[in-house]
Design a binder for this molecule. Structure first.
Ligand code: UD1
Ligand code: CA
Length: 475
């Protein structure tokens, strides 16, 4: 049920210069999700009657994300007048004139704030009679934030931006979190009066506090004790800190759901990942994107899985895999590289120093050692000999290799695609397979071996090899 009296404004128009990035600040990710997507998800949970997103810098890239995450959001373009105050002014003007509820303003760069905390702040505001309630927190290092200035009786007097603050004010540790709840009527009235008369030449939303007080309204400060929830992201150090914090929460959440994570500090799990009970994740592993892992699977150490599926009971060690599916009770690694389109059936194996791409390896089939399998299908219960290369590229086109079930291929084969090997066929060691092999055949392609007796003694006389040969032959 939508809250008819709530409108949310998401501020997403800033340039994010402190990131020093070609990517807009709000599109940097933590836990696999962009900063702005975290904020939009929170906005969605609050079920407001209206959501307005204000954009300007790289607006098309932002809008693309907003339209996927929150299609009902109204997009408002900020003009040349800079500052959070101008952004709110334009957002409020875009709300229906009939809207008479509260306006919740969310800084777009505060990704860890959860909807439960906001719900509590909204309830608190609605119980009282303040013209606005704003969220604050106390920080050991408040630098960069607007400071909360309180009067003798503790009432909120003003927010002073870091750049505009005196030494006394800079020493205050209580800061503005950039999250505000205004009564719509009060906001409409005061936001038009903002000026750009400050160190940054911007309209500050924070100056609304002073304007509201001048008009006789009270402004409440609502302090959050878990300050990490409201930390803003301005630079990459803050991004890394917030990402680590979120990751710790995600890891702990899965631990409480029955997942063993041996070393939370070196384990990274994205927000959308799904893990079953009794999954074990060993140190140095990244479980990313939309990866899904089944019960009892053992992942790591040192494994990266992006958008993969791993079946129950499988083990995946020291592996890098993307867009791949691993069946149940299968074994992958150590040192395997699974590129997109790899499918490994139940009880199958992709072993040490094996690279696969667009390859379907059937139930119980194994590629145990030192091989490249690209653009291939392998049936069930087949074994690919060590050091085999699927030569899928002739310099012009990619071709595929089709290997049947119960095939035994010799070591060090080259399958020159397109080629197919019938069910139950064998190939000899070192074979270069250019022609199809019928079911049940043995394919050999190497010249017969010739031994030239006495070659070493004759051509390398006096060497250690020649002496060893002489001794061995009893000469
Ligand atoms: C802002 C607050 C500061 C607070 C801090 C909390 C102001 C003036 N200052 O500072 O008191 O302690 O957040 O994190 O509001 N944005 C726009 N249009 C603009 C400028 C910014 O939409 O013209 C958006 C940005 O994209 C960002 C948010 O507003 O999502 C905050 O902007 P930012 O420049 O990061 O403000 P701070 O300097 O962090
Ligand atoms: Ca900020």
């Amino acid at each position: 049920m939508a809250d008819a009296n709530l409108a949310i404004v998401v501020l997403a128009a800033g340039a994010g210069t402190r990131m020093k990035s070609a990517t807009p600040k709000l599109l940097h990710k933590l836990a696999g999700v962009t900063i702005v997507s975290h904020v939009l998800a929170t906005a969605r949970q609050l079920a407001a009657a209206h959501v307005v997103a204000v954009v300007r810098h790289e607006r098309d890239r932002l809008v693309e994300v907003i339209e996927v995450d929150l299609p009902e959001a109204l997009i408002v373009d900020q003009d040349d007048v800079p500052g959070t105050g101008r952004a709110v002014e334009l957002a409020v003007a875009a709300l229906p004139a009939s809207f008479a509820g509260e306006v919740l303003v969310l800084n777009g760069d505060v990704p860890l704030l959860d909807s439960d905390t906001l719900t509590r702040m909204i309830a608190r505001h609605r119980q009282g009679s303040a013209g606005a309630t704003l969220m604050t927190t106390s920080l050991d290092d408040p630098s960069g934030y607007g400071r909360i200035v309180r009067g003798n009786s503790g009432t909120l007097e003003a927010i002073v931006e870091h750049q505009d603050a005196s030494a006394d004010v800079l020493a205050l540790s209580e800061v503005n979190a950039g999250i505000y709840l205004f009564s719509g009527a009060h906001l409409r009235e005061s936001v038009g009066k903002l000026s750009t008369d400050n160190a940054q030449g911007e309209k500050y939303i924070t100056d609304v506090v002073g304007l509201l007080r001048e008009s006789g309204a009270t402004v409440e400060a609502w302090e959050v004790s878990h300050s990490w929830k409201v930390e803003g992201i301005n630079d990459r150090a803050q991004l890394a800190a917030a990402a680590a914090r979120l990751n710790a929460l995600i890891v702990r959440g899965w631990q409480l759901e029955g997942v063993t994570v041996i070393d939370p500090a070196s384990t990274w799990i994205d927000l959308q990942v799904q893990l079953a009970p009794d999954v074990e994740i060993r140190p140095g592993s990244q479980i990313l994107g939309a990866t899904v892992i089944g019960p009892g699977a053992m992942i790591g150490p040192d494994t990266t899985l992006l958008d993969c599926e791993v079946g129950a009971g499988s083990t995946v060690k020291r592996t890098d895999a993307t867009l791949s599916v691993i069946g149940e009770n299968a074994s992958v690694g150590p040192f395997s590289y699974l590129r997109p389109g790899t499918y490994l059936g139940d009880d199958g194996k992709i072993g040490t120093f094996v690279e696969t791409k667009n390859a379907r390896i059937g139930t119980g089939s194994k590629v145990p050692h030192l091989s490249y399998v690209g653009d291939a299908t392998i049936g069930e219960q087949s074994n690919i000999g060590a050091g085999t290369i699927f030569a899928n590229y002739d310099g012009v086109t990619k071709n595929s290799t089709d290997i049947g079930s119960h095939v035994r291929s010799g070591s060090h084969n080259v399958f020159v695609a397109p080629v197919s090997i019938g069910d139950g066929a064998y190939t000899g060691a070192g074979a270069v397979i250019r022609k199809d092999v019928p079911a049940g055949s043995m394919a050999l392609s190497v010249a017969p071996q010739r031994n030239m007796d006495g070659w070493v003694e004759k051509n390398r006389p006096g060497t250690a090899a020649a002496e060893a040969a002489k001794d061995s032959l009893g000469k």
